[in-house]
Structures are given as structure tokens and as C-alpha cells.
Ligand binder design. Structure first.
Ligand code: 2E7
Ligand code: F3S
Length: 347
């Protein structure tokens, strides 16, 4: 369960010891010691197991079927990933009706509703499903509680693909709750049969606030059988919370449409960072942000390749921030198997 005490205990404390080590010792020099300029590098950051699997799914599909292949929506919400795959022969579409009959289409990591599966089948598309297994788990929960005739309060951001996919499993039973301020609008049929589920990439703190307000209205509200906010989202928020109180500036590498990346900016600010900005690429870092800063925190969203973080570190080193210390709050080892039809080819 998303239990406040368990989830927050590390991140809420600004006194936790930083797991400090020199990541780029060759680059750090006496100038840093003089100026006190340093970078704190969040660990974990960047790719989660679901993104790793989704990107590899597209790469293997390209190898196996040859270009072009089609991907419904962005495979993950990252400009660099999407642009790179487009250059390699991927055609990104909004809906399956844009895919030629019989062609290969990959469904994105954020998941799709049964209606999308049906429309792909009707066009005889060869579908490969890169939905993250942790999203599939939430879909199963939605189906199960709909079958048991619960009202399902799905906490999430309106219009996000993941929410559309999950809600589409049981549209008659699901109501979207878009944050604490939406709680007043919720109506249910039977207050004794209400459960909340959520999008996987929400702010843990804001979700707990939404749940608290929902429970004030519906005291019998049931919790999901297991955390819907995924391990990667939680771990990246804990890491950024650990560093934020010491940071004059936090730079989050990630795209504007990446929910989990945007959440990291909010979490950093709420945890005491003096400023926090989201950038897709190093060239977007405004040198005015660096003026007067001594400690800069760096992290990245779950859809962000490490090369983009390296670009920001290199840029900061040129501005005298060559002393880089990791701040490690968890070690991640989870790996997901590729979709069945591609499994034999995984390295
Ligand atoms: C799938 C899911 O692609 P992202 O930036 O997606 P979000 O949901 O944060 O906009 O990050 C990876 C990812 C996260 N959640 C992929 Cl369901
Ligand atoms: Fe899956 Fe969470 Fe990543 S839902 S795609 S592991 S951010």
C-alpha cells in the first residue's frame, strides 16, 4: 500500500546521510574546492524497467520486421527517444486507423484500452504490446473491481494516455479524480463499495492528500490491493527529496509531456529546493539560473536516456560545477521480459 509512513520516511528527512562518492573525479579540481560549487546527482534516476522494455521492444520490432513500423502514441514521453526512433524508421501515429491494414503497430508503454485492441484487430494489424507490466496490473485491478460492481475512483491527470487506457477497461465504473481539488465533484452509487486506484506516475504526497479528502467524504473507501504509483516513480521522488533541501537549483531532465518528470520538479520545490527547472536538453539550461548557485541537484525522469544527463553534467562542468556527488537512496535491479513475440531475441 501507499502508506504515508513507509513511503515518505526517507524523503521527508533532510537529515538523511547522503551516500557520497566522486562520480567524475577526473573532472573535479581545486577550483571547485575554492568556489564550493558542486552537483548532487540523484540515484535512482532515468530509465525504469518499463521504459527499458518498451524502447527495446521497438528496436527489436524494427530489426525483426524492418522499417517502417508504426507506434501508437509516443512509445515513452521523451523527445530524444521519439526523434531517434523516428530517424530509424518508426512512424508515430495517434490512432490505429492511421496504420495501413496488416502493418506492425506497437502500443506504447502507457497502455491502451480494450477498444484500441479491438480497432487494431478489425484492421488486421500485427500488434506488439509494450504496455508496462505495472500498468497492466492496474488494468487488472480496474477489471476486477468493476466485475464486483465497485465505483472506482481513478486518481490521475485528465487526458493522459495511461488514464485513458485504464479507464477504458471499465468506463461505466471509473470516475477520474484529478487531484485534491476534484474530490468535491465525486458522486458514488453506494458508499460501501468504493475503491481508489491511480495513475502510476503521480506525486505520492499529492495522491495521499487526495485519498485523505476522498476518505473524509467516503469513510469506507477501500485502498488498492498494492501500490499503483510504481516503484520507479516513488524511488525518483525519494531521491530528489533527499537532495532538494541542499539545492539552490534542481535541474530535472525530461520532457514537458512526461508526467513523472514534471512531478519531480514539483517534488523538488516542495522539498525545499530554491528553484527547479525541467529541460529536455543541456542547451535549454539558462546560464542565468546558475548565477549565485553553489549546489545544483540533477535528476531525470523515467523516460530519459542517461546521455541527456551526461550532456547537462558536461555543460555544468564548463561553468565550474565539475564536482559531482551521487545521492543514492535506492538500488534498482528490476528487469521485465520483452513481450512474448520478441523474447527469443533479447540480448
Ligand atoms: C509508461 C508509464 O513516458 P513517461 O515520461 O510517461 P509519464 O506517464 O510519466 O508521462 O515515463 C515512463 C512511463 C511512465 N509511466 C511510461 Cl505508464
Ligand atoms: Fe512502468 Fe513505472 Fe516505468 S509504470 S513504465 S515502471 S515509470
Amino acid at each position: 500500500m501507499l502508506d504515508a509512513a513507509r513511503t515518505y520516511s526517507v524523503g521527508m528527512s533532510s537529515a538523511i546521510p547522503l551516500n557520497v562518492g566522486i562520480a567524475r573525479s577526473a573532472a573535479s579540481g581545486p577550483a571547485d574546492a575554492d568556489t564550493g560549487k558542486r552537483v548532487l546527482l540523484a540515484e535512482p534516476r532515468g530509465y525504469c524497467a518499463g521504459v527499458d522494455r518498451a524502447v527495446e521492444t521497438v528496436e527489436k520490432s524494427l530489426e525483426r520486421h524492418g522499417a517502417p513500423i508504426y507506434v501508437r502514441k509516443e512509445i515513452v514521453h521523451n523527445r530524444h527517444v521519439v526523434e531517434t526512433l523516428r530517424e530509424r524508421g518508426v512512424i508515430f501515429v495517434d490512432e490505429t486507423d492511421e496504420v495501413p491494414e496488416g502493418a506492425v503497430v506497437v502500443f506504447s508503454a502507457h497502455g491502451v484500452s480494450p477498444a484500441v485492441h479491438e480497432s487494431a484487430a478489425a484492421r488486421n494489424l500485427h500488434t506488439i504490446d509494450a504496455t508496462c507490466p505495472l500498468v497492466t496490473k492496474v488494468h487488472q485491478e480496474a477489471k476486477r473491481f468493476a466485475r464486483d460492481d465497485f465505483d472506482i475512483l481513478l486518481i490521475g491527470h485528465e487526458g493522459h494516455e495511461e488514464v485513458e487506457g485504464t479507464a477504458g477497461e471499465a468506463p461505466e465504473h471509473v470516475q477520474l479524480v484529478d487531484g485534491p481539488d476534484s474530490v468535491g465533484k465525486v458522486t458514488v452509487r453506494d458508499e460501501s463499495k468504493v475503491i481508489w486506484l491511480s495513475q502510476t506516475t503521480l506525486s505520492v504526497d499529492e495522491t495521499m492528500e487526495t485519498v485523505k479528502r476522498l476518505r473524509e467524504r467516503f469513510p469506507s473507501l477501500q485502498d488498492p490491493p498494492s501500490d499503483d504509483i510504481c516503484y520507479a516513480t516513488q524511488n525518483r521522488q525519494v531521491a530528489v527529496k533527499a537532495m532538494a533541501p541542499e539545492c539552490d537549483l534542481v535541474i530535472v531532465v525530461g520532457s514537458r509531456n512526461s508526467s513523472n518528470s514534471v512531478r519531480l520538479v514539483e517534488v523538488a520545490l516542495n522539498a525545499g529546493a530554491k528553484a527547479a527547472h525541467l529541460v529536455d536538453f543541456a542547451r535549454e539550461v539558462d546560464s542565468a539560473w546558475l548565477a549565485g548557485a553553489r549546489t545544483i541537484g540533477i535528476t531525470s525522469g523515467a523516460s530519459v536516456p542517461e546521455i541527456l544527463v551526461r550532456g547537462v553534467l558536461d555543460m555544468l562542468a564548463e561553468h565550474g560545477f565539475a564536482d559531482v556527488k551521487p545521492v543514492t537512496t535506492a538500488n534498482e535491479t528490476l528487469v521485465f521480459a520483452l513481450p512474448r513475440e520478441l523474447r527469443a531475441t533479447r540480448a
